[in-house]
Write a protein that binds this ligand. Structure first.
Ligand code: COA
Length: 260
């Protein structure tokens, strides 16, 4: 297992992993190396059976992630631009969305551009009350390229997404909660403790069943895939698992299940 990275920190405690993007001087902007390191970290954490949930956050008290690193693509041409978006989506954003292990984004400050896209690729989001969120790409002559034009309307609705993307503005954590972009808003001190409590609660449940639920829910948002059919398939597969045996036996025995 690769333990050391230049741009991220990975901590493990009580079956919960916390991945911290650690470029605070650049407001944790996502450069190429950070994206690669995040991919490796998530790949390793997914294969670690002791880890039940992953919390993703930014270092410092100012930013979750202030976007893709603008200095890296300022001189790109059309084909490099397409390549940047395609590789980033495949390697990190779609990868996180389809991870078997749940990922909670703990948005501790600015989540802009690629930063908000990273939070939206996570399975759900919790924000601190100082957080500001937006997709400012049109102010740079760009559009969101890491899934933002697809995931923002899924979360907040088409009209709100249009407004946020067209105005390039930032919304507050409270606005984000009202729009369905984040599930909870708490003080900065409470942010990680709340995410840890949610992760712990997830960890009591069957990880097999949770990964099946992720597949079924995501299927509903994937063009050309029939979500109800994926649900039937995933539901059926659960019946062949040890977790199903344990969960139903524990219920009938009137005890708490103990999933492996
Ligand atoms: N890419 C590269 N560097 C970034 C960055 C990004 N997306 N966001 C912030 N930084 C860097 C700044 O260049 C600055 O570096 P420097 O100290 O070497 O000059 C450092 O992070 C601190 O940012 P700064 O702009 O000085 O902080 P601020 O508090 O005045 O403003 C923001 C904070 C978030 C409003 C501002 O940094 C910003 O608008 N960032 C870009 C957001 C964006 O457009 N993201 C989408 C990218 S596709």
């Amino acid at each position: 297992m690769r333990m050391s990275f230049n741009n991220i920190l990975v901590k493990k405690n009580n079956k919960i992993a916390t991945v911290i993007i650690n470029r605070p001087k650049k407001l944790n902007a996502l450069n190429k190396e950070t994206i690669e390191e995040l991919h490796f970290a998530f790949e390793e954490l997914q294969s670690d059976e002791s880890i039940r949930a992953i919390i993703l956050t930014g270092s410092g008290d100012k930013a979750f992630v202030a976007g893709a690193d603008i200095s890296e693509f300022a001189d790109f041409d059309i084909s490099q631009g397409k390549d940047l978006a395609a590789k980033g989506q495949k390697y990190l954003f779609d990868y996180i969305e389809n991870l078997n292990t749940p990922v909670i984004a703990a948005i501790n400050g600015f989540a802009l551009g690629g930063g908000l896209e990273l939070a939206m690729a996570s399975h759900f989001r919790v924000a601190s009350d100082n957080a500001k969120m937006g997709l400012p790409e049109v102010s740079l002559g760009l559009i969101p390229g890491y899934g933002g034009t697809q995931r923002l309307p899924q979360l907040v609705g088409k009209g709100k997404a249009m407004e946020m993307i067209m105005t390039a503005g930032m919304i507050t954590a409270e606005d984000a909660k009202e729009s369905g972009l984040v599930n909870h808003v708490v003080s900065q001190e409470e942010l990680l403790p709340l995410c840890e409590r949610l992760a712990k609660k997830i960890g009591y449940n069957s990880s097999n069943a949770i990964s099946a639920a992720i597949k079924a829910i995501n299927a509903s948002y994937t063009a050309g895939v029939k979500g109800f059919e994926v649900e039937v398939e995933q539901f059926g597969n659960c019946f062949g698992t040890e977790d199903f045996n344990e969960g139903t036996t524990a219920f009938l025995d009137k005890r708490k299940p103990s999933f492996k």
